[in-house]
Design a protein around this ligand. Structure first.
Ligand code: PHE
Length: 345
């Protein structure tokens, strides 16, 4: 019987080695190791063998079974790899070639700064609303208390598309749009980020378009102190804890009173090129929403009040990162852009 087992093992191993596809292996598995397989039959036949020979023959048969089983497993893997290799060769993929490194992009510095401003106000309970860049004269000027012929129109050199249509010169028209949408509901707490256009010639501090974030809060009992507190909180959170805020009387037709808002310079007044030695840097315009603007928005100025501010995103980014030329934002030079913003999208 021993020669039978040996022969069967050799035969099975040779057949497994010669198999060329998985189907043949399945077939061999059944033929040798299945319930009626040839080795199984021999193992069963051990019952008729003299007891003295049984242990050694049994061990031999089990050993043969284990060898055939592992040969089947190995051959299965080999065939699988071969078929992978064949498929890759057919597809022309050489998996041994080194990969091509991909440049990972990052958020543009202006988007990162805009997002930071947005996050601050979202945490205070404001929502985001966007307005159109192609705007009606009516919204950009008229309803903001800047009628035709008003000298304030001259301060914002406007790109007109038609008599009535223009590229918005500021994000303030969204104040009206938002109020008209929400009135008479209270409170109104909305910020509106976006691109604005002015006919300025390009230099280190002017571009014909730039970005603003408009902030508008309307409710019963809002005072100038709310505006000042929000500005101080914002300046400390955006720049640094020690940042101070200064309000200078100013004029905007759509706010009364109006203020130009400065933040303390990092040089602490010792003088540097950022503040020109003044110790203060102008950051934004703000004020209490003019009664006529509240009315245009559908609110009764006798009952509610509000504050508004308009923040230049480029200006904030330049102050924050110490950038001295606004043109750099639009040149898409990765050596510049790689220095800022959250990376790895
Ligand atoms: N819209 C003004 C500007 O672009 C800024 C501003 C907004 C001022 C809101 C006051 C209130 O200059």
């Amino acid at each position: 019987m021993q020669p039978d087992i040996d022969r069967l093992r050799e035969e099975a191993l040779a057949a497994v080695a010669a198999a060329v596809d998985i189907g043949q292996l399945d077939h061999l598995q059944v033929a040798y190791l299945g319930r009626k397989g040839r080795l199984t039959v021999i193992l069963r036949g051990l019952a008729d063998v003299p007891a003295a020979e049984r242990p050694s023959l049994g061990a031999m048969a089990n050993q043969a079974r284990a060898e055939i089983e592992s040969a089947l497993v190995r051959r299965r893997q080999e065939l699988a790899m071969e078929s992978d290799r064949r498929r890759q060769a057919a597809e022309g993929i050489d998996v041994t070639l080194p990969g091509v490194p991909r440049r990972v992009g990052r958020r543009h510095v202006l988007s990162a700064v805009r997002r930071e401003i947005e996050e601050f106000f979202l945490h205070l309970g404001f929502s985001i609303a966007e307005g159109p860049e192609v705007e009606l004269d009516h919204y950009n000027f008229e309803l903001l208390n800047i009628p035709r012929g008003h000298p304030a129109r001259e301060t914002q050199d406007t790109f007109y598309l038609t008599d009535e249509l223009l590229l918005r010169t500021h994000t303030s028209p969204t104040q009206i749009r938002v109020m008209q949408m929400l009135a008479p509901r209270l409170p109104v707490r909305v910020i509106s980020p976006g691109r604005v256009y002015r006919r300025d010639s390009v230099d280190a501090s002017h571009l014909p378009f730039f970005h603003q974030v408009e902030v508008l809060a309307v409710d019963r009992g809002i005072t100038f102190a709310d505006l000042k507190g929000t500005l101080e909180h914002f300046a400390r959170s955006f720049f640094s804890q020690g940042t101070r805020v200064r309000l200078r009387p100013s004029y905007f037709p759509f706010t009364e009173p109006s203020a130009e808002v400065d933040v303390s310079c990092m040089c602490e007044g010792r003088g540097c090129s950022a503040c020109g030695g003044k110790g203060w840097i102008e950051l934004l315009g703000a004020g209490m929403v003019h009664p006529r603007v509240l009315e245009a928005g559908g609110y009764d100025p006798e009952e509610v009040s509000g504050y508004a501010l308009g923040l230049g995103v480029e200006r904030a980014a330049m102050l924050y990162h110490g950038i001295n030329d606004i043109r750099l934002f639009g040149q898409n030079d990765v050596r510049f852009l790689d220095q800022f913003g959250e990376g790895g999208c």
